[in-house]
Design a protein around this ligand. Structure first.
Ligand SMILES: *[C@@H]1O[C@H](CO)[C@@H](O)[C@H](O)[C@H]1NC(C)=O
Ligand SMILES: *[C@@H]1O[C@H](CO)[C@@H](O)[C@H](O)[C@H]1NC(C)=O
Ligand SMILES: *[C@@H]1O[C@H](CO)[C@@H](O)[C@H](O)[C@H]1NC(C)=O
Ligand SMILES: *[C@@H]1O[C@H](CO)[C@@H](O)[C@H](O)[C@H]1NC(C)=O
Ligand SMILES: *[C@@H]1O[C@H](CO)[C@@H](O)[C@H](O)[C@H]1NC(C)=O
Ligand SMILES: *[C@@H]1O[C@H](CO)[C@@H](O)[C@H](O)[C@H]1NC(C)=O
Ligand SMILES: *[C@@H]1O[C@H](CO)[C@@H](O)[C@H](O)[C@H]1NC(C)=O
Ligand SMILES: *[C@@H]1O[C@H](CO)[C@@H](O)[C@H](O)[C@H]1NC(C)=O
Ligand SMILES: *[C@@H]1O[C@H](CO)[C@@H](O)[C@H](O)[C@H]1NC(C)=O
Length: 492
């Protein structure tokens, strides 16, 4: 009897062990500016387990937050009438914390998860990024990662994270450029479930800011598992239950980040309503940022690169054509950097406008000064079993640097004028490429054009008259010179 009770308790206990512990930046960083949602913490359990408490520990205080929000993700139900039957259920919990819980932006904390008064997970250190414009931020940038361990491709990246965490390195977050697990809903969602358990290693420390890739779509192409499993600082007006997480933006320090999800556009643009809506959202948001926010840097990310060098992938041939209307507004609103994954390598390109190298004042020592169009970077090399190219691709005219093999990017916004990016190899943490973008004029706006426009007409008339006078003078001098030369010749 006692044995049965003990095993029953163990069984329940096991069902209540939280897994897939993941932070994401909350609505404080979006336009909602909610001071009580610096962070959203999400985790799963196999059963409904109420009684979770998240404890946040600061140097001088301890704050307990009861976890009240949960939802059942019933994939069995979602696929019940389809040919792709799945059997999978999980419970997803989320909890928000912020100023109300004693957190201060720019500071560092630790959290643990209690269940029935026992520590069941943690401790995990994390930092709360600051929106203050004088805050220097540091994000990890990566994409296309699995955790299948079959070919050891992703393992190097997981080991890299292990080292970072052992050294207690702080990052403001991870910009995840799409495609995960390969694929999330495979094998009755066990692949996805394992992936969540595995990435917990780093998502429990660094807020995970994702975009969706083609491998994340699920069998019904509706991205159900990924939509439900991850929190983002989406603005509710952008979303309904179907388009959940397709578009969001957030600010940290001097940068604004905008994420979008052009899956349907990338694969055929059959849905014009969706195209129009996504474009409308993007334009509205970029305009708002440039008009009302004081941030210098504007960074856009999605899974599908507009520009890349893989000759075997149609995306690298003409994706920019499909995305032309997006490129129009990226250029119009002075987007500085476009990040994408999809190619399983690292690639850094020139500043580009419509498949041509755009203007910049100077390029020296990996430093662009005042580029006039976005610089494009592909970071899809975090490691996956699908394919990891051994070599780089033949460079295109705009390819500045490529690296093959497992790697991740680090993006640092130093201040209003200096942005730094580097690519590191997972295996030995060596920096193989870096880039600076420097602005000597904040928001590289159309200053030059404005100056031209604002010169009054009488100045132009005056300049015209002046030029005419000079020409007349030159002609006069030449004629005089000829005359004197002739006179001179006559004397010989
Ligand atoms: C999940 O959905 C299936 C199919 O609709 C249903 O049989 C099952 O009871 C559901 N699970 C829960 C916990 O509601
Ligand atoms: C940054 O600005 C905030 C106010 O926005 C100020 O409180 C803080 O002291 C500043 N930090 C530094 C390092 O200048
Ligand atoms: C990570 O995933 C692998 C398989 O994909 C699985 O065997 C392993 O148990 C997972 N790790 C954790 C900590 O759950
Ligand atoms: C993966 O790594 C392990 C040890 O780290 C090794 O035993 C195994 O052969 C490797 N597998 C492949 C496919 O390289
Ligand atoms: C999408 O936008 C274009 C251009 O503004 C317009 O011609 C078209 O009718 C729109 N399509 C839909 C389905 O709204
Ligand atoms: C931008 O700066 C102006 C002038 O300092 C200030 O009034 C405004 O509130 C700032 N906007 C934001 C979104 O911080
Ligand atoms: C670029 O690097 C070279 C060699 O390290 C150095 O001499 C030069 O001053 C650098 N230029 C700038 C603008 O930093
Ligand atoms: C901005 O950061 C760069 C690189 O760290 C530094 O050289 C420069 O002095 C900084 N500018 C200001 C105004 O702090
Ligand atoms: C780090 O690893 C890369 C990729 O294997 C290699 O090219 C590079 O030489 C290594 N660097 C160091 C410092 O070991």
């Amino acid at each position: 009897m006692i044995l049965i009770i003990i095993s029953l308790i163990t069984f329940i206990n096991c069902d209540c062990i939280p897994y897939g512990i993941r932070l994401s930046l909350g609505h404080y960083y979006s336009a909602l500016n909610d001071i009580n949602n610096y962070m959203t913490l999400t985790f799963n359990s196999q059963n409904i387990c109420l009684d979770y408490v998240v404890q946040i520990i600061t140097v001088s205080s301890i704050h307990n937050i009861q976890v009240n929000n949960y939802q059942l993700l019933n994939m069995t139900d979602i696929y019940k009438d389809s040919e792709n039957m799945i059997h999978y259920e999980t419970y997803i919990y989320d909890v928000k914390f912020g100023q109300f819980d004693g957190l201060i932006e720019g500071k560092q904390y630790t959290f643990v998860i209690f269940w029935e008064n026992t520590i069941i997970s943690g401790p995990f250190y994390f930092s709360v990024p600051s929106k203050s414009l004088n805050y220097s931020s540091k994000f990890i940038v990566m994409g296309d990662l699995d955790s299948n361990w079959n070919l050891n491709t992703s393992k190097q990246t997981f080991d890299w994270f292990k080292n970072q965490i052992t050294q207690t390195t702080f990052y403001d977050g991870i910009i995840y450029l799409g495609d995960m697990a390969y694929d999330l809903e495979d094998d009755n969602c066990i692949v996805g479930d394992n992936f969540l358990r595995n990435i917990s290693l780093f998502t429990s420390h660094f807020p995970f800011m994702l975009t969706f890739g083609n491998h994340d779509s699920g069998k019904n192409d509706e991205f159900v598992y990924i939509r439900k499993s991850f929190a983002t600082p989406r603005i509710s007006e952008y979303d309904n239950q179907i388009k959940y997480n397709d578009f969001y933006s957030f600010q940290v320090g001097h940068a604004y980040y905008v994420q979008f999800h052009p899956y349907k556009i990338a694969y055929g643009n059959k849905d014009e309503t969706y195209f129009n809506y996504t474009l409308f959202q993007m334009e509205q948001e970029l305009r708002r940022i440039r008009l009302y926010e004081n941030t210098s840097w504007l960074i856009v990310y999605n899974h599908y690169p507009f520009y890349c060098s893989n000759p075997d992938d149609g995306f690298c041939k003409d994706h920019y054509k499909k995305m032309k209307q997006f490129e129009d507004i990226f250029i119009k609103y002075h987007v500085d950097l476009c990040l994408a994954g999809h190619q399983h390598t690292y690639e850094r390109d020139e500043p580009l406008a419509y498949n041509k190298i755009a203007q910049f004042d100077k390029y020296e020592n990996n430093t662009y000064t005042n580029p006039k169009a976005p610089i494009y970077i592909v970071e899809g090399a975090a490691g996956n079993d699908e394919i990891m190219p051994d070599n780089i691709y033949p460079p295109k005219f705009y390819t500045k640097f490529q690296a093959a093999g497992d790697g991740i990017g680090i993006l640092e916004i130093k201040n209003e004028t200096h942005l730094y990016f580097e690519h590191r190899m997972s295996i030995n943490d060596s920096i193989v490429d870096y880039l600076w973008i420097v602005k000597t004029k904040i928001v590289p706006d159309d200053d030059d054009d404005k100056v031209k426009d604002s010169i009054p007409i009488w100045v132009w008339i005056l300049i015209g008259v002046g030029v005419l006078l000079i020409i007349a003078l030159v002609i006069y001098c030449v004629l005089q010179n000829k005359k004197s030369k002739q006179t001179h010749d006559e004397f010989i």
